[in-house]
Design a protein around this ligand. Structure first.
Ligand SMILES: [Zn+2]
Length: 148
């Protein structure tokens, strides 16, 4: 039996999966090693899909999906490959800050700690002042899509 305190994490995980189902967005578990990070959103694939490690527990899965959900809203299915570099790093910080707010909104604690355990560098978990407005807009959008 998973710990009962993980129920809010399972609820959030289910809410995000339900949203993806409603949008006909595929999510596929893959073995560790198939992707370098716990989860990735590939809007440019046909069909677009969210890939995630197949051995994540509910809490880690909820963390990964909360984060990728932000990328899904920023890059709807069919968007081009966002690539990497400076813009990508700024988006990472914005998406992490927004997902952390969604995490708290869902009655959960320990987003940063959990992400660090999943290998996310601390610098990605500290948005700059100029990134906070975008994170606030995104977190509100995430909450609206899931809970209204
Ligand atoms: Zn990301």
């Amino acid at each position: 039996m998973p710990p009962p305190e993980d129920q809010p994490a399972r609820d959030l995980y289910e809410a995000i999966k339900n949203y993806l189902d409603r949008q006909h967005i595929w999510y596929n578990p893959v073995p560790r090693g198939a992707i370098e990070v716990p989860a990735v959103w590939r809007p440019y694939l046909g069909p677009p899909r969210l890939l995630y490690w197949d051995d994540l527990n509910d809490r880690a899965g909820a963390l990964a999906f909360a984060h990728e959900f932000g990328h899904v809203l920023l890059h709807p299915p069919g968007s081009p490959d966002p690539g990497n570099g400076h813009v990508k790093e700024s988006e990472e910080r914005i998406v992490h800050a927004a997902a952390a707010a969604l995490w708290v909104h869902s009655g959960l604690t320990g987003y940063e700690l959990g992400m660090t355990a999943l290998g996310v560098p601390l610098g990605m978990l500290s948005p700059g002042d100029e990134e906070r407005p975008a994170a606030d807009v995104l977190s509100q959008e995430m909450i609206n899509r899931l809970f209204s």
